[in-house]
Ligand binder design. Sequence first.
Ligand code: BES
Ligand code: ZN
Length: 633
Amino acid sequence: MNFRFHYNFVIFITLLFTACQQSATEQATSTQQTTHNDTLSMSSQPDVHSFARPNEAVVKHLSLDLTVDFNSKTLAGKVSLNIDNKTQTDTLYLDTYNLTINKVTAGAEEKPVTYTLGKKVEHLGQALALVITPEVKQVHIYYTTSPQAEALQWLTPQQTAGKKYPFLFTQSQAILARTWVPIQDSPGIRFTYDAKIKVPAELLALMSADNPTVKNAEGVYTFKMDKPIPAYLLALSVGDLAFESLGPNTGVYAEPATLKKSVYEFADLEKMLGAAEKIYGKYAWGRYDLLVLPPSFPFGGMENPKLTFATPTILAGDRSLISLVAHELAHSWSGNLVTNQTWNDFWLNEGFTVYFERRIMEELYGKPYADMLALLGYQDLMQTVEEFGKDSKDTQLKLELAGRNPDDGVSDIAYEKGFSFLLVLEKTVGREKWDAFVKNYFQKFSFQSMNTENFLNYLKAELFADNPQQFDQLNIQEWVYGQGIPANIVKISSERFEAVDTAVQQWQQGTPAAQLKTKEWSSHEWLHFIRQLPDSLNISQMSELDKAFYFTDSGNSEILAAWFEHAIQTQYKPAYPALEKFLISVGRRKFLTPLYQALIKTPEGKKTAHQIYAKARPNYHFVAVNTLDSLLK
Ligand code: BES
Ligand code: ZN
């Protein structure tokens, strides 16, 4: 698909919206246009993953009042929605998935409201249509979640670090907020919120909002998020949690059993926040805290505003995996402040965030360090393109996810091809000019959504105004709408990895593993080392490496996961007990998928995979189960 087509399409849509004057994005952005880009028109695109019709009536604020019941594994209570009925419509459309709606009322008098639940659509759930009049400013929905609500993971005490109390956390991205709140679940729609959450008295509740730091005797907690956020950033966690400060604006929550380790690991958090602000401007959200979850958390991290949710698998004991925190922090600008308008524009969230993450790491730990991360990312990208096939549409930055689960769009393409594209832009105009552009971009479109076409128009108008030919020479249409990797990708090299490559060669030429010069290596060098090992290792080579470097016993999840891939390939059985333990205790999908994939390549491995999965599956969150069920079916 070429850029010209999209450009025409943008103009068409723009005209359409100018005529109707209905586009929220357009109205919001047009008031902020500066003289410089008055000619720029911002267009809004429909979200194929939501039933909401925000051009008619849109939610501006929500108030949650919920009780968390660990026995029935449900949230029950009410949500009140303040709405802006733009077109005096008689119907408000919301997204729901497996919710039981008990009652709907309107206004302070709580007059009964008629409603219907639409038919169930795969991936999307059911539209909840409320019959309203133009006077209605607020509706109240009384509802209960399903014990199978896909955003929610209810953990038994056994699945926590402390083993004494149950635990609950949500994961709303991409379209799972609708499984725990009836809401307009589209990243292009933003609202403020407050909440009252009742939990068992021995537990603490936290949200993507202003948070308490200590428990109270009643087990009732109130929250406020006074900045507008999209639904996928709604988050709640309940457990035996404690807080420790890391600086004036930062801190960490964890179970008491993991708090000390967490405080050590994230000691640089306050500095990291400062480094990020220095690069792209003021942090907009007040405090920045981390929440360390039990190991079944399906992601490395989730950028819930004010409170990043993180996997405990980054607690390596040596602060070596904190680039993940830099990543989630970076989302406070890319994603949370300027948000992908639809899931087809996901690269705008993740590509920018990977780019910013590496800038933060460079600022704090130097260029050789950031280069290692970039090269590991480049390897991931090449592998992903190979797996998808270089002609696959899933290798486009602009995704085509209509009719599919947006989770299918979560791959290294958005992250690493997105990063690579932005690096081309940085190298083309120079860092100084690029940084000024990005800083301005985050500020100008704060608390708004952005789609790929509007971004490209803005890019051309702002960054290439004095040199449009340069813009035309960048292969932008190929980068964004084309498949595979364009030829003008910036080559990345890493001096620290060159030393690793030498060591791998020396070992292959006969130097015993124990004599290799590995003393100063960080976990990134080790990861590169393991990745560079040939596929054809034999058992005695595996054994030699393991004796020299203790990979099977590593406390570093990245090293373990990479090593286990070789162990599976070579059927190096001494690592299997540790592999099984890892697969049962860790729920992070990024580690699970490649390991199960490697296992099922042989008939014997397939048996092992099914045996382990039978034990492990109850520990996994729905998003991991969803992926693995289809892999192992
Ligand atoms: N927002 C993502 C996680 C996500 C993406 C959840 C799409 C659901 C749908 C988060 O910021 C992320 O990218 N996490 C990565 C970490 C990373 C350092 C690339 C992860 O979990 O591995
Ligand atoms: Zn991310």
